[in-house]
Design a protein around this ligand. Structure first.
Ligand code: ZN
Length: 155
């Protein structure tokens, strides 16, 4: 189904760079004025906290932003996710959510083309506690798109 990725000796360094970069200068960071959906997420294990802001229109994510504080993985993941989700239809968002979930929880091959920079987070699957850090923003988005307004908490 997916063609996976040819692992090169330096791919881990490359991925590390993406995470460091997105943690240092997170994209789409800050409150989104006139957001139509706002939802909070909290990962008590690590202390990651974020608020997700969404503006959707005709079945599409027109704008998305986040703020909050957390570890490097949680911030980088939210930064990468908001970048990837902007302009996506709700159906595409659901597909990407599932692809990301597989990326960080299974050993299955993943489609590096459709995940793009998100593939940088593949390494967290070896660290179960870090999976929660990386997934927090995704679960928060998923819940928000389903119309839930109860803050999301990882277990
Ligand atoms: Zn964390």
């Amino acid at each position: 189904m997916s063609k996976g990725i040819q692992l090169m000796f330096d791919i881990k360094d490359l991925y590390q760079e993406v995470i460091v970069d997105h943690n240092r200068s997170p994209r789409n960071f800050g409150k989104l004025e006139n957001a139509d959906t706002t939802l909070e997420g909290f990962n008590p294990l690590c202390g990651d906290k974020l608020t997700l802001y969404l503006k959707t229109d005709s079945g599409k994510i027109n704008d998305i932003a986040f703020d909050g504080s957390g570890c490097a993985i949680s911030v980088a993941s939210a930064s990468l996710m908001t970048d990837a989700m902007k302009g996506k239809s709700l159906d595409e968002a659901e597909i990407l959510f599932n692809e990301f979930h597989n990326l960080v929880t299974t050993d299955d091959d993943y489609d590096a083309d459709s995940l793009g920079k998100l593939a940088a987070l593949a390494g967290v699957k070896d660290y179960p506690a870090r999976v929660k850090c990386a997934s927090l923003c995704w679960h928060t988005l998923h819940s928000a798109l389903q119309g839930n307004n109860t803050p999301v908490k990882t277990e």
